[in-house]
Every structure is written in structure tokens, then in C-alpha cells.
Design a protein around this ligand. Sequence first.
Ligand SMILES: NC(=O)CCC(=O)C(=O)O
Length: 298
Amino acid sequence: MSSTAPALNASSPFKLALIQLAIGADKAKNLAHAKSKILEAAHNGANVVVLPECFNSPYGTNFFPEYAESIDGGDSVTMLSSAAKEAGIYLVGGSIPERKQDKIYNTLTAYDPTGKMIGVHQKVHLFDIDVPGKIKFKESEILTQGNSLTHLDTKYGKLGVGICYDMRFPEMATVAARKGCVAMIYPGAFNMTTGPLHWELLQRARAVDNQMYVAACSPARDINASYHAWGHSTVVDPTGTVVATCEENETIVYATVDPAQVEVIRTNIPLYNQRRFDIYDDVSESVAFDGQGNGTKK
Ligand SMILES: NC(=O)CCC(=O)C(=O)O
């Protein structure tokens, strides 16, 4: 049994910017600094700009309650909306600890060039790992997991989003690809143990399996912080090739995302016509989308 490649409905190439932001303990400074880097990326021609995971706060469960905010008019989302509007770009606003009633989520918000919020993604897979002698982290001590997938509608086509540890779960990217997304974008903050092992490998795996672009945007490494981010913000093209990357310091990584390249690789290596949904399930069929880009289990 075969299936056809999903329509991308994507018009033109766009310039993607990943802001590998230096983040400190002062929230107001983090917001002002993020805004200045968003404007810098736009000034350099970016159409879609991405911030890292937890861009308003140091990364750590002890920090989340103090830095958490509402996404209904809080300082961080207010800055993000105004920056997107002033810069005239689509903005994938990294993530912040979101306070909602008595719960805290790790939440991404996204904006169109008028500053309108066009998507919200609460981290679906919480980062709970224990590598003895290396790293132990338990987001679930403090955070609540989200329960839906998010695809952003932009004039450049649909973009799937996830947050960091979400990258390890191939189903999310596969659903995004099968629902017509041209790229998967992950604000993330890997660390000095799993970063060298898996950060690039996972992005290349998601890209080559799904024949789509994959981008991951990290904070810059701060050796004085309790959590040392790996950095290495990266863009991978639909062949699985790294097309732009960096080291650990603050920088902006730019790459062109060209939907035509997705079509080319899907024509040359036509996985989509060769799928065997007669012997295994199409995971994307189990997700119902509401027309606003939010997908939940059928
Ligand atoms: N912030 C995160 O989700 C970190 C994920 C990570 O480091 C990993 O190895 O996965």
C-alpha cells in the first residue's frame, strides 16, 4: 500500500535565524537582550526568528516557579509580540516557564509579523533523565506536560514545533511531516553529556526520516550557571545535511529554508509512495487537528 507525499502549500524560500542567546539571572535584562537580538536578526534579513528554550530564565527546576508567568499578557509574551511586530517577522519565541492556575508548563509561543500570537506549545515530553555520575534532571518535579501537538501556519508554509526533549520522540516530527510541515523547529537546551552524543544526530535523524528541515536553537553556554547548555544551534536540510551551525557562544545562526528542496528529495527518494500502511499504522492518522494548528489524539 502506498501514499502520496503531503502537499506543502509553501510558496517561497525564507531566511531562518536561530538566536543562540546569552541568558542570565535578570529577567528584565533577558527580555531586553532577546528583543535586541530579534531586531538584529530581522535587520540581517531573517523572515523567521527562533529563540532558545527557557529564554527568560536560567534553566533549572529551582528557577521555574520564580520566573514563571502567564502567557495571557505577561511581560515575556508582551515583549515577544511587540518584537515580532517591530521586526516584521514570524517569531518562534523560544519557551518560558508558564504559570497557569496552580501549574507550571514549559511553553513556546509564536507570533506573526503583526505581533499576533499564532501558536502555543506546552512541552509534551518532560526532560526526566538520570545518567549516573553525569546528569540527573527531573522537569516533572515542577512542570506539567502539555497534551497537544502544534503546527504554525505561516506564509512560508507550515512549521511544526517542539521543545528540546520532544526532539527525541520521532512521532512528533513524523506527524508534522505527514501533515504538510516543511520544517520542525525545536528551541532546546541539551547539556554537556547528551549534547555531544545526540543533539546533531537527533536533528539529522528527524530530517532524514521525514525529508524535512529541522532546526534546534540553544541558549549560549554559561559556565557560571548551574546547567551548562551545549549550544551548537543547528539547521539540517531535508537530505540530513547540516547547513548551518555554531559553537557554544552567543551568536545568530542563519540558513535558507527552501520548500523546493523538500519536494526534490521526496521526488528523488520517494519514501512517501513506498510506505506500507497495510503492515504498520500511519501515526499521523491518530491525531486530529482543529484547524488552528492544534493536534490531539483522536
Ligand atoms: N531541556 C531539555 O529537554 C534537555 C534535553 C536533553 O538534554 C536531552 O538529552 O534530551
